[in-house]
Ligand binder design. Structure first.
Ligand SMILES: N[C@@H](CCC(=O)N[C@@H](CS)C(=O)NCC(=O)O)C(=O)O
Length: 242
């Protein structure tokens, strides 16, 4: 295979994490596991990404935006290596689990950062350091309003704090039960679905300071050990390691 020139554009680091976005970290883990030769570039302003979100991949000049579309592209150029060895059932369960993480638990975690008055100052410094200091707070508060509206529209934002914790606990328990047997989800080597789970959970466990979701997640020791195992095996960590 003649490999295209690949550049993975990510949101970069914040809160003690070298790669703060779970979607970016999943792509980084997969590209490393596949042994691809690639560069990483930071774009701290998601509005400059093709779809206003990160990551995107530049492959010989073509931009592929969205981690799932990146996964599909990587599967194509490696002639099916991403999903090799996975049965249709593995792929069904892997996809369902990834959706739980990306489209449900992710939003609870986002809210635990953005909508907690005590934690929000970390968001201002972690995500808006690129804005000039005099307008930083204003821009961050405007963005916070959008997060609040999105969380409400998604539906989770209509629940009490105790109910949100209940939703988070059921998700975490389901993830822990899914990964509790064997080293990885589907055998002796991690696959893209392990990267979706561990890429997300690494940020939950290792961000500084903790949010309430981190405190709750710390009670799921099996999930924490698994998250560490995946990172160790692929050699890519959410946290800053040196
Ligand atoms: N479905 C997308 C989600 C990407 C995403 O939500 N990225 C976040 C960072 S974790 C982002 O760029 N957010 C910026 C924004 O929504 O303005 C993927 O899988 O790539």
């Amino acid at each position: 295979m003649i490999q295209p020139k690949l550049t993975l554009v990510t949101l970069g680091g914040a809160f003690g994490l070298q790669n703060v976005s779970p979607f970016c970290l999943k792509a980084e883990m997969l590209m490393t596991q596949l042994g691809l030769d690639y560069d990483m570039e930071v774009q701290a302003d998601p509005r400059k990404a093709p779809k206003g979100k990160l990551p995107y991949l530049i492959a010989d000049g073509r931009k592929i935006a969205d981690s799932e579309l990146i996964v599909e592209y990587l599967n194509d150029i490696t002639e099916g290596r991403v999903f090799a060895g996975l049965s249709a059932r593995d792929r069904a369960l892997g996809l369902a689990t990834s959706r739980l993480v990306d489209d449900h638990l992710y939003w609870i975690f986002v809210a635990s950062r953005w909508l907690d008055d005590e934690w929000f100052p970390n968001v201002v410094e972690g995500f808006f350091h690129i804005a000039p200091r005099p307008v930083r707070g204003f821009i961050a508060r405007r963005a916070r309003k959008e997060v609040e509206q999105t969380y409400h529209l998604q539906g989770l934002g209509r629940h009490t704090q105790a109910e949100q914790e209940g939703f988070a606990r059921r998700d975490l328990q389901a993830l822990q039960d899914a990964v509790n047997e064997g080293d990885f989800l589907f055998g002796g080597e991690p696959c893209v679905y392990d990267f979706a789970i561990a890429g997300f959970m690494a940020g939950v466990f290792d961000q500084q300071p903790a949010t309430w979701v981190t405190h709750v997640a710390n009670e799921y020791a099996g999930l924490k050990e698994y998250t560490e195992r995946v990172q160790q095996r692929v050699g890519v960590f959410g946290r800053i390691t040196e």
